[in-house]
Design a protein around this ligand. Sequence first.
Ligand code: BDR
Ligand code: CA
Length: 315
Amino acid sequence: TRPLILDCDPGQDDAISLMMALSPSSGLDVRAITVSAGNTSLDKCQRNARLIAEICGQQGGARNIPVFAGCETPLHYPLATAEEVHGVEGLDGIDIYEPALPLQDEHAVDAIIRLCRELDDVVLVPTGPLTNIATALTRAPDIAPKIAEIVLMGGARSEAGNITPSAEFNIYVDPHAAAIVFNASVAKTVFALDVTHKALIRDTHVDKIEKLDTPMSRILTGMLRSDYAEYDRAKFGTSGTPIHDACTTAYLLRPDVFTFKDVSVQVEADSPITRGHTSVDYWQMTGNPTDTKWAIDVDGAGFFDLMIERIAAYP
Ligand code: BDR
Ligand code: CA
């Protein structure tokens, strides 16, 4: 099993992804949680990451995973956040308090560089803006060959954007960082809105989670019954709630739940209209290297069976 670095901005869907990855006997080797600003400020996102990691450990999952705070703002744009989706604390639906799990002193970018140099076949799993990852790749180009794969949530091709008509939130917030990541010669696996909008959680799934009747299931049920769960239904008319970021962990646990097409991707960074647009070369028109596995479909039932199985693993 390859060592993982989960780079996130929790966020309920980031939190669910963490709960799955850190669940008892998940088989995943999580070495670090690094945090970027995104859904809310860096300060709140790092607190939320420590809170979720602490709860996972207390409930029988992986314990004492080190949490590192990263970049406070995108490379060139001011930070845009999504409190209207996730709540003022970034994590509506659960009790917020200062966790005992400490924040590491080391900066997330330094931690990413150090771990990539120390370990082989590292898998980076970003589920927020790509600022930390891009900064690490720029500052330490020697780490690129040490990275086995970057498994990320971001972008949109067959679906419209969710923050502007052209762009998905994570790529929109820091398109310059996203461009660096998509241009890097590292294998990428991408879960964009194309596929996250096909894995919608419905009331029947939430009922199943609630029936597990464990501390973890109660925490998750609270999140899935908060205003967060209504946002996409109300705004985009979806028939359930996408749990975008959990697609990354689901893939790491069970890759066959998804189908992919090999593509290359370019990111628009500077246009005021299409900032953060992912230009996906689906039919190989550019001649650019097809180093990106773009998820095009998901077995929705398999995805939710897996999510429920991972939550049920907490006693
Ligand atoms: C992405 O944006 C954030 O709001 C979510 O956490 C997810 O990473 C979806 O566009
Ligand atoms: Ca996220």
